[in-house]
Structure formats: C-alpha cells, structure tokens
Design a protein around this ligand. Structure first.
Ligand SMILES: Cc1cc2nc3c(=O)[nH]c(=O)nc-3n(C[C@H](O)[C@H](O)[C@H](O)COP(=O)(O)OP(=O)(O)OC[C@H]3O[C@@H](n4cnc5c(N)ncnc54)[C@H](O)[C@@H]3O)c2cc1C
Length: 255
C-alpha cells in the first residue's frame, strides 16, 4: 500500500526550559555533535508538546553566553532563534533532547557555541513545533539524503521506518555514524559523501545519479541540507514523477 504524508498545523506555543545536560556524541575534525537535554523551567511547560513527525522541529532562542533570554510582556522571547530537530522528548518527565552541530573552526554561530559551552541551568525558550509532517503506511522504498544538519532528522526517520526498509541513504558528513549511534538497516545502501566547499553539491549529484523508481507512489524522499540542495532535489522529484507534497525537501541552513 502506498504511504501517505500528512501535514498538521499546531497552535503556537512558547515554552521555558533550561539546559540540564550535554553529551558530546561524536567529533569529526574540529566539529562535534552535542546532545543537549532541556528540562522544564517550571512544571507543566511541556504540557501538550507533541512532535510525531520524523523532521519535527522547534525554534530555540538562547542568549549567547547562556544568560537570560529577554522576554516581552506576553513571554515572547526577543533575539535570534535557531531551528533544531526534536530528537526525543518526554512530556511526563519534562524534557526534550536536541542534537546540535558545533562548528569548531568556523566559530561564530549562536546555538552551536551555546550547546558546547553554556553553563548548565542556562535558559532556552522553545517555540513550536508549529506543525508536523507525518508519514503513514510503509513506503516500498526510501531515499534519505542529508548533511550534518539533517542527521538528527535522518536518525528519527530511520527509527520510524523500522529495520525492514529498503532504499538509499545518502549522507554528506565526516561523522562516524556508529559513534553517533545511527545504525542504518541492512536494506539501505549507504553512501557517505565527503563535504566540500560547495555544500550539498555532492548530495545533489548523488540524487541525480539514482535511477527513477518503478512506482513513484512507493518511493518516499527526504532531502535536506544546505539551501542550494532544494532546487536540484525538486528537479529530481519532477524527473521521477514524485509530487513534491509527497516528499520532504528543505534547506536547513545557508552558506
Ligand atoms: C527544519 C530544520 C531542522 C534543523 N535541525 C537541526 C538539528 O537538529 N541540528 C543542527 O545542528 N542543525 C539543525 N538545523 C540547522 C540549524 O537551524 C542551524 O543552522 C545550526 O544549528 C547552526 O546554528 P549556529 O547558530 O550554530 O550557526 P549559524 O549562526 O547558523 O552559522 C554560523 C556559521 O556556520 C555555517 N553553518 C551553519 N550550519 C552549517 C552546516 N550544517 N555545515 C557547515 N556550515 C554551517 C553558517 O553558514 C555560518 O557561516 C535545522 C534547520 C532546519 C531549517
């Protein structure tokens, strides 16, 4: 039976959390992946929180050095936000986990340095998810393509798709998947592409090189990475006869 992909909007929500723990999952050269656990600043902050889709994400506002987040009269945060995938959460226990890529050499950035260095107890204001993209049914095959920023979503999709899924996993990363605890099922052909100065170009080329599906309704495609991936990934969907609404294609960051 073909799969379906449904988009559900959620009402806006602003939740006040604090940094409770960090774990360095893996390093690759000067970069690292840090899992941060955010817990409720007050009981009930995560009441009603749901993130059922593989790529469901929240906007996070933090203060660069881990200081207070400035708030307006209704509790809305001021300041820059970053969008991060919800890796796991428990409303009952009052926590949510994000896996944040920390750039060593590039420096700068907001959430990366915060994830790496903010003191435990630092506040984080989390907004969303403002909606969810939920995959139902079992696709005959998948093509999952992403760079480091999409690894947390890929992790979730793999968990949801289960061990018997077949298809292609295209990853532009220097991280060791085993160190990250990402275990692709045996039926996925894994291609690890070397990141270079044109981010996501290797992903786009690898997508273009794949054969068209026998049945476009049976191939689920997730392709997320640097913004320049979006246009070629959509062109590939068109060439394969896959409606863009039945796929997840998104720019996760801009160079
Ligand atoms: C739907 C969605 C889900 C996302 N989920 C995650 C997630 O789970 N984990 C995660 O780490 N990121 C995720 N991102 C990307 C995230 O929003 C930020 O871009 C990222 O965390 C970097 O933020 P920063 O503040 O550390 O650096 P920024 O201030 O955004 O950037 C600092 C510098 O690093 C460069 N840079 C940013 N990202 C990358 C990259 N991936 N590779 C190479 N250079 C980069 C920028 O061009 C800039 O020069 C997601 C984005 C979207 C839209």
């Amino acid at each position: 039976m073909p799969y379906s992909l449904a988009r559900h909007p959620f009402p806006p929500a602003v939740r006040h959390l604090v940094l409770a723990a960090r774990t360095v999952l893996a390093t690759a050269g000067d970069d690292s992946f840090v899992r941060v656990r955010l817990v409720e600043a007050r009981p009930g902050e995560l009441a009603g929180f749901i993130a059922p889709g593989g790529g469901d994400h929240v906007r996070v506002v933090v203060s660069p050095e881990g200081g207070e987040v400035a708030l307006g009269p209704t509790g809305e945060p001021f300041g820059e936000s970053r969008t991060e995938t919800v890796v796991e959460h428990s409303v009952d226990e009052g926590w949510l986990d994000l896996d944040v890529l920390v750039h060593g050499v590039a420096g700068g950035g907001l959430i990366g340095p915060w994830a790496a260095r903010a003191p435990l107890g630092s506040p984080a204001v989390v907004m969303g998810p403002k909606g969810s993209v939920v995959l139902s049914g079992a696709p005959g095959e998948v093509v999952l393509a992403g760079d480091d920023s999409a690894l947390p979503a890929v992790r979730r999709y793999l968990r949801m798709l289960g061990p018997s899924i077949t298809g292609e996993l295209l990853l532009e990363t220097r991280f060791d998947l085993a160190l990250l605890g990402i275990e692709p099922p045996a039926g996925l052909r894994v291609s690890i592409l070397e990141p270079d100065s044109a981010p996501s170009a290797a992903l786009a080329a690898a997508l273009q090189a794949l054969p068209a599906p026998t049945d476009p309704l049976e191939r689920f495609v997730f392709a997320c990475g640097e913004q320049s991936l979006v246009s070629p990934a959509r062109a590939v969907l068109g060439a394969w006869g896959i409606d863009v609404e039945r796929a997840v294609v998104k720019g996760y960051w801009k160079r």
